[in-house]
Design a protein around this ligand. Structure first.
Ligand code: PBG
Length: 329
């Protein structure tokens, strides 16, 4: 047959033939404002400390964090999420809600420096602050004790809001944590402070490098009794529904790439903003492959971020936030 349209098949290639056509027809867009940078601030260090398993990521001093925050604002990203590493840890994580605790001091400084230019999120958990490394209080028998932990989370939420956090992001996976934090914030005149719930957070092997970065590895056992079990999907929808019923303003799925099915299902199910956290192990894995020349780094990074957006996340928490924002400009 010659000339004319050939019946029987569609010519999908028509819309792929030039970069301009592909750009015009792209269904998913990635913008700097979609990205949030997780940052670590450590007490008692004079210089930023590299994290060996996360090349390019550091534990900041309060000063180096201020500089990094200015750069992040210049790059146009959406916000920062802060993790603190105190010099002194104890069984109850006292430094998490101490007004002069490292993360609260850093929040105060960044809020004073930047005002509302970047959304400052405070990760709310105890694992970086407890000597046993668990996300909650622990009974003498070594069980993570749900309900007493809620009182600690309530106190930490108030301290973080007082320090200047725009958003409180509880990541400890205790039952009832969102309700407890909402009640505490409302009672302390922070009715307008939103809660981004780490609603569907899985007990993941991909958090390995973060435990070096945040120095919060559990000293015994693991987090499987409170974080979600990787085989489960319907349970993520229950966790999300429960957190919304308790007053969450936005929800998160974590990790991101191995859980894109969960991101998609949650995004379909809810009408609040959905975030996904591209975690330390996802970062380390791709950096290692790129360092070996096995993947094109920039291309692969942008592809992962696009995939997470395509699955339905509006916001992506990623250690590549600033670099990716510069590529996107
Ligand atoms: C604290 C917390 C963790 C991460 C974010 N918040 C560690 C954990 O649950 O063990 C992981 C982030 C990452 O791996 O990048 N609960």
């Amino acid at each position: 047959m010659s000339g004319g349209a050939v019946p029987g098949f569609a010519r999908g290639r028509r819309l792929r033939s030039t970069p301009a056509l592909r750009r015009l027809t792209a269904q998913t867009r990635l913008a700097p404002a979609d990205l949030v940078l997780p940052v670590f601030v450590k007490e008692g260090i004079a210089e930023p400390q590299p994290i060996s398993s996360m090349p390019g990521v550091v534990q900041h001093t309060t000063d180096s964090l201020r500089k990094a925050a200015h750069e992040a604002a210049e790059a146009g990203i959406g916000g920062l999420i802060l993790f603190g590493i105190p010099s002194e840890k104890d069984a109850v994580g006292s430094q998490a809600d101490a007004a002069d605790g490292v993360v609260n001091v850093a929040l105060q400084q960044l809020r004073a420096d930047l005002g509302d230019e970047l959304v400052l999120m405070a990760d709310l958990c105890l694992c970086e602050y407890t000597d046993h490394g668990h996300c909650g209080l622990v009974t003498p028998a070594g069980v993570v004790d749900n309900d007493p932990t809620l009182d600690r989370y309530a106190a930490v939420a108030i301290a973080q809001a007082q320090a200047g956090a725009h958003v409180i992001a509880p990541s400890g996976m205790m039952d009832g944590q969102v309700a407890a934090i909402r009640r505490a914030l409302d009672g302390a005149a922070f009715q307008e402070t939103p809660i981004l719930a780490y609603a569907a957070k899985y007990a993941s092997g991909f958090y390995g490098p973060f435990r070096e970065a945040a120095e919060g590895a559990p000293q015994f056992g693991d987090r499987s009794t409170y974080q979600m079990d990787p085989p489960n999907a319907d349970e993520a929808l229950r966790e999300v529904a429960q957190d919304l019923a308790e007053g969450a303003d936005a929800v998160m799925v974590k990790p991101a790439l191995p859980y894109l099915d969960i991101v998609a299902r949650v995004a379909d199910a809810v009408d609040v903003p959905v975030s996904a956290y591209q975690v330390s192990g996802e970062y380390a894995m791709l950096e290692a492959a790129a360092a070996n020349g096995w993947v094109d780094r920039q291309r692969a990074v942008l592809e992962t971020l696009t995939a997470i957006r395509r699955a339905g996340a509006g916001t992506v928490l990623t250690y590549w936030a600033v670099e990716a924002a510069r590529w996107l400009r």
